[in-house]
Design a protein around this ligand. Structure first.
Ligand SMILES: [Zn+2]
Length: 59
């Protein structure tokens, strides 16, 4: 298996790249995969708690 040392675009650390398409290290890719899902889910939960049938529920 051929790998090239590349600099990660996110953390600027050297990592073993599998090809030209691989510009971000595995660690940063995992963070990328998780972050958007988490924040979106949390935002939806927060909205769902505050809004009911289109009306804002005051605490
Ligand atoms: Zn990285």
């Amino acid at each position: 298996m051929e790998t090239t040392k590349r600099t990660c675009l996110k953390c600027n650390r050297l990592f073993d790249s599998a090809g030209p398409f691989n510009r971000i290290c595995r660690r940063c890719q995992q963070v990328n995969d998780r972050l958007p899902r988490f924040s979106e889910e949390q935002m939806q939960k927060q909205r769902g708690a505050k809004w009911h049938n289109g009306e804002l529920m005051e605490p």
